[in-house]
Design a protein around this ligand. Structure first.
Ligand SMILES: CC(C)(COP(=O)(O)OP(=O)(O)OC[C@H]1O[C@@H](n2cnc3c(N)ncnc32)[C@H](O)[C@@H]1OP(=O)(O)O)[C@@H](O)C(=O)NCCC(=O)NCCS
Length: 448
């Protein structure tokens, strides 16, 4: 046995593996939406430890909590009831009173938990300052489908400057599912809406929702990573909602909205998993579903009319030997593999994707940006787009062959492999004379 392997080394290795994520997330703003059921779950102590840990690792935290379960219970005790219509409570005066009282209790409970610091606990010496306040302005949700939602509101404005100041002071911000109107009224707002609007107003880097189950794709397989555009497509292809999906769909719609309004990443985490939060942010495989902002609006699949533009773009690189030579005829035959980035009617960047289903691999080729348009993230967007496309087509690995641009791919998570590692079908067509270097990346793990 190697004398240098000791007990506890696994933990050390885990810690080392987490370091890129620790660096990547430091200083980032995370908004978390916690359903009311969580506040009375056995997992709450673990979650408060984890939130404290995230704060000490440099994340700026806003915790939004819901109260649906608490309010239902309180209303049942009083033998009262209020309807939930399309995911929103119809809040009459009695329900509002119950919500305000439950919000006070929940806030005190969270503040107490986040003040814990007993020796020999994970919270030892870890006091976290928590601030709550009137940071959400709401307006009446109104009458929908003939139903008057009364004291139910929707978010009108989030006072992001005030929240920023608190986050900058190192405090955590705690937001109840309530909003206040300019006329001094209190409104009941859903936790998903408060969290989404808050993330948008802050330009948060991340928004996390706890959900009962993760979304599945059209074939029923869990989605680990998807662009907001793919989620939008998934939602629009669904038949009439069955009830179990309504809540998840509401959250997915909020996720899409957040991504469309510049929240970089939305994470869905499973409610019954005590490790979900830390695994999602600090391990390579993550734990939940990550939905990412679509940054490639100007990209489109190439058509036969783009062949001339692509030839103009790649000709100098073919002459210099940077790219493999493709004739006009080759390009015409291959055009369906290409994606182009267009500006003022001119093809300014392109890339191609070829699938190898037997090895669940997608090979990318001909990634080019016109010299006048380089350095603006165009190739980055093309690559992200191709990776997303490959994931949708169930590829677990991306491959690229390059003679000049290896470092560019390495900086984007690719590692060099040898020609011997190519599957035999691809090895046969590998051009030994060109001696391209081969780079690959796993697509089924989350990027930092
Ligand atoms: C590589 C290439 C596609 C990048 O296009 P781009 O749209 O400018 O890319 P982005 O804006 O997303 O990235 C630019 C960054 O990549 C860096 N970069 C460019 N070429 C690089 C290379 N060969 N190695 C390492 N980094 C490189 C730039 O310095 C810039 O870095 P910065 O963001 O720190 O300033 C472009 O330079 C090109 O067309 N090269 C020739 C074709 C080629 O080699 N394609 C790859 C093989 S298929």
């Amino acid at each position: 046995m190697n004398k240098h392997i000791r007990e506890g080394d696994e933990d050390i290795n885990w810690f080392r593996a987490a370091s890129p994520y620790i660096n990547a997330h430091r200083g980032k703003t995370l908004v978390v939406a916690l359903p009311g059921s969580w506040l009375r779950s056995d997992l709450l102590p673990t979650l408060t430890h984890d939130l404290t840990l995230l704060s000490h690792l440099g994340l700026r935290l806003v915790l939004c909590f819901g109260l649906r379960a608490q309010v239902d219970d309180q209303l049942a005790i009083k033998q009262e009831h209020s309807d939930i219509v399309d995911g929103r409570r119809v809040t009459d005066s009695k329900a509002l009173e119950t919500i305000i009282s439950a919000a006070g209790i929940a806030r005190n409970d969270m503040e107490a938990r986040l003040s814990m610091g007993l020796p020999n606990t994970p919270m030892s010496g870890a006091r976290l300052a928590v601030t709550s306040g009137n940071y959400v302005t709401a307006q009446p949700f109104g009458v929908h489908g003939g139903v008057d939602f009364q004291h139910t509101g929707s978010v009108r404005e989030v006072h992001s400057t005030a929240i920023e100041a608190i986050l900058n002071a190192g405090h955590m911000v705690l937001l109840p599912p309530l909003g206040y109107s300019l006329t001094g009224e209190v409104f009941n707002v859903t936790v998903a809406e408060v969290a989404t609007e808050c993330a948008i107003a802050l330009g948060a880097d991340k928004l996390a929702f706890f959900v009962d189950s993760l979304p599945n794709d059209e074939k029923g397989a869990p989605i680990r990573q998807a662009s907001s555009r793919r989620i939008e497509r998934l939602l629009s292809n669904q038949g009439p909602n069955d009830d179990s999906q309504t809540e998840l769909n509401t959250i997915l719609k909020h996720a899409v909205k957040a991504c469309l309004q510049n929240v970089e990443r939305v994470h869905l985490l499973e409610s019954d998993d005590p490790t979900a939060l830390l695994r999602e942010f600090y391990t390579r495989d993550g734990s939940g579903t990550m939905i990412t902002m679509d940054r490639w609006e100007h990209l489109r699949p190439a058509s036969i009319t783009d062949v001339g533009g692509i030839i103009e773009l790649i000709a100098p690189l073919q002459e210099s030997g940077t790219l493999v030579t493709r004739s006009k005829e080759d390009l015409e035959l291959d055009i369906e593999h290409f994606v182009v980035s267009e500006r003022d009617g001119m093809v300014v960047a392109c890339a191609a994707i070829y699938l190898e289903p037997e090895s669940a691999t997608a090979e990318f080729a001909c990634i080019v940006t016109h010299p006048d348009y380089r350095g603006a993230g165009r190739a980055d967007q093309l690559l992200a787009h191709l990776e997303e496309r490959a994931r949708e087509l169930n590829c677990t690995t991306a491959r690229i062959l390059s003679t000049h641009t290896g470092h560019w791919f390495v900086a984007r998570g690719y590692t060099q492999t040898s020609p011997q590692e190519l599957p035999s079908v691809r090895r046969d067509s590998y051009n030994e004379q060109r001696n391209s270097k081969i780079y690959s990346k796993r697509l089924d793990v989350k990027s930092v």
